[in-house]
Each structure stands twice: as structure tokens, then as C-alpha cells.
Design a protein. Sequence first.
Length: 137
Amino acid sequence: MIYVTRRERFCAAHRLVRDEWSEEKNDEVFGKCSNPNWHGHNYVLFVTVKGNQNPETGFIVNIKHLSKIIKEKVITKLDHKNINLEVDFMQGKMASTENIVIGIWEELEPVINALGIQLHCIKVQETENNFVEYYGN
Ligand code: NI
């Protein structure tokens, strides 16, 4: 089994907040990410797929094709958007990086399976020091 990873980037705004909590509690739990006037992150997305090599190309997937799928299915929905307000697959969810990786997984998995390969991992880096990985369960 060979693993291939494609990196993509998106810039997006969000806010972590629970409306039923006081401003003080939101600030205590979510810190700067609860800023009432929003803020953004320069997110980095790593999509790892796995599969067997095509004997003719040596590839498991044409990486340009994979990049195009990721852009169409998730980057165009997220880039320069407000995750809380504008991203269909994030509606009704806390805009945490944990929920973002699950949302991206659900958007990409069926399309990647249709290529005859499998999605292995979605990794999203929110800041230089923090990243979250999801392996599908
Ligand atoms: Ni934030």
C-alpha cells in the first residue's frame, strides 16, 4: 500500500462560541478564537490517500486530478469564507479544527473512493503549533 499526500491551503474566518455561555466563559474556554468580531486563520490542509500503483503510470492517483477534486469539493467552499456562516458542510457545528477535518473527510471520501483509492487521513493545521488529524472514525 502506498500513501500519497497533497497539501492545499485556505484562509477563512471563524468564531468559537456557545451563545448560552457568558462572554467571560467563552473567553476562558475558547480564548482569542471567541472574539465577537471574528478572526481568521491561514489553514493548511493535508489530504492523504492510499492505494495500489497503476502499473502503467507508477502512480496510485494522478496528483493533479486529486488537487482538482480537493479544490472543487472543499477549498472553494472554505477559502476566504466565514466558516460559521457560509460553509454548507459546517452549518450547525462548532467551527473547531476537529469539526473541520470531519467535514472535509465527509466531503471528499465518496469522490476519492470513486477513483478506486481510499482516503487515509485529513490533517488541518490551524496555526504553526496546532494541527488535527482524522482517520475516518
Ligand atoms: Ni481561531
